[in-house]
Design a protein around this ligand. Structure first.
Ligand code: GLP
Length: 241
């Protein structure tokens, strides 16, 4: 595990964006694993600026997102598909047909999970997987106690995650308790993993992931097994190391 500690969230976004831009310069048809949450938003803004300036192209890129709420259609403003379209895809030259987010409205979610794994394989696997981290150490929606070898599947969200994400939903609005998420094994298959974390609220999860035991209690600790995992964090997120 490589740990890069930077001053603040701007520097984290800049560093992460440059890693992705360099990856695309080396391999324009890269397969990107993408993430939602508030942490990657400023990294995406930098990718948009670089794309619009002509520094980097996404025309040949394929993408796979980590997770989606089960029960929300792509058109729902809180769905992760909607998030990705509005925060990144609509503003860059990527072919939307090459972007993949698990289908939150699948009639047969279990079959959809298997199909998602097959699509990743057919694309040649993920070159670089971007990750955030939950306060409880989750990656994607792999909550504590997730199998370290798990594949894409339906997962129940913990109370803590539902509460953390409630801020995105209006009062009285339906908030799903289920998700489809890539498994920890799926994430570990990526050739490179880039986890971003900023702010003091992530400090304990980062401590457990980096210095704690390899354990399903902290899903991000599984990255200790990965041969090319980079954690790019700010001083606040590093404060318990
Ligand atoms: C959600 C997502 C995760 C993300 C986490 C942290 O639960 N499923 O992929 O890492 O939120 O989000 P934030 O970056 O907003 O703290």
């Amino acid at each position: 595990m490589q740990i890069v500690i930077l001053r603040d969230s701007d520097e984290v976004a800049e560093y992460g964006a440059n890693l992705i831009i360099n990856q695309l310069k080396r391999k324009p048809d890269s397969v990107l694993g993408l993430a939602t949450g508030s942490t990657p938003v400023s990294l995406y803004q930098r990718l948009i600026v670089a794309n619009q300036a002509g520094t980097v192209s996404f025309k040949a890129v394929t993408s796979f997102n980590l997770d989606e709420y089960l029960g929300l259609a792509a058109s729902h403003p809180q769905s992760y598909r909607y998030f990705m379209n509005s925060q990144l895809f609509d503003a860059i030259d990527i072919d939307k047909a090459n972007t993949h987010v698990p289908p939150g409205d699948a009639e047969d979610p279990i079959a959809a999970c298997e199909a998602y794994e097959a699509q990743i394989q057919a694309a040649g696997g993920i070159d670089i997987q971007l990750l955030g981290i939950g306060r409880n150490g989750h990656i994607g929606f792999n909550e504590p106690s997730s199998g370290l070898m798990s594949r894409t599947r339906v997962k129940t969200l913990t109370k803590a995650t539902i509460e953390d994400n409630a801020r995105f939903f209006g009062e009285g609005e339906y908030q799903p308790h289920l998700s489809i998420t890539m498994g920890i094994g799926t994430i570990l298959d990526a050739r490179k993993v880039l986890l971003l974390a900023t702010g003091e609220s992530k400090a304990e999860a980062i401590r457990a992931a980096v210095e704690g035991a390899l354990s399903a209690s902290c899903p991000a600790s599984a990255l200790q097994l990965h041969r090319d995992a980079v954690l790019v964090i700010d001083e606040a997120a590093a404060s318990k190391l």
